[in-house]
Design a protein. Structure first.
Length: 195
């Protein structure tokens, strides 16, 4: 089915984030999402074939937009250290600003069907490529250790950021993710530089 983008499509995705964060994926019926979006139940099926497709699109839209925003922000930055800091800052502050989205991406997506998670892989690989490009740039600039394994370094960066957000969600958001940026950035930078 061809996707129809537009205001209703966006409203449905926004509603899905709220409903899934509040009720969990398993307890989020399409009718609840439709009600939150202010559309008829049948309208959902003009845009999505299933609840699973809503979740896939939600993640792909968020992640695709996030990757593009970070790429644009770092494009003009002259050094990899500034770029890495921007990546850390963007990851943590974007999800802190959208706690429902953080709940969906950090909790609900992980509990979903493995086939559903597989459908999200290409978008996530786009984020991994961005991180790997920064690592390669840092090695080329002589900032990061020359023998740094980019795949392990990428796992370290992504895994660290991912776990910090997951723990924040599970803690019921009792502290600021943005406040963690300086220390997280310094620890990652220290590890990448091999000092």
């Amino acid at each position: 089915m061809a996707k129809k983008k537009g205001e209703k499509y966006e409203a449905i995705l926004d509603a899905a984030v709220k409903v899934i964060a509040a009720n969990g994926y398993a307890n989020s019926q399409v009718s609840k999402i439709a009600r939150e979006a202010g559309v008829a139940d049948g309208t959902i099926y003009l845009y999505f074939d299933s609840k699973e497709e809503i979740l896939i699109d939600l993640f792909n839209e968020f992640m695709g937009q996030f990757i593009e925003e970070v790429r644009q922000e770092i494009a003009a930055m002259p050094d990899v250290v500034s770029k890495l800091r921007k990546l850390v800052e963007a990851h943590l502050t974007k999800l802190e600003a959208s706690p429902d989205l953080a709940t969906v991406t950090q909790v609900e997506l992980r509990q979903s069907d493995p086939r559903l998670r597989l459908a999200l892989g290409e978008t996530l690989r786009g984020y991994f490529r961005l991180i790997e490009e920064l690592i390669e740039e840092g090695k080329a600039q002589g900032v990061f250790a020359p023998d740094l394994n980019k795949y392990l370094a990428r796992q370290m960066i992504f895994g660290t950021l991912d776990d910090i957000v997951t723990r924040w969600v599970w803690s019921r958001r009792h502290y600021s993710l943005a406040a963690q940026v300086p220390q997280v950035f310094q620890m990652l930078l220290h590890g990448l530089c091999g000092r």
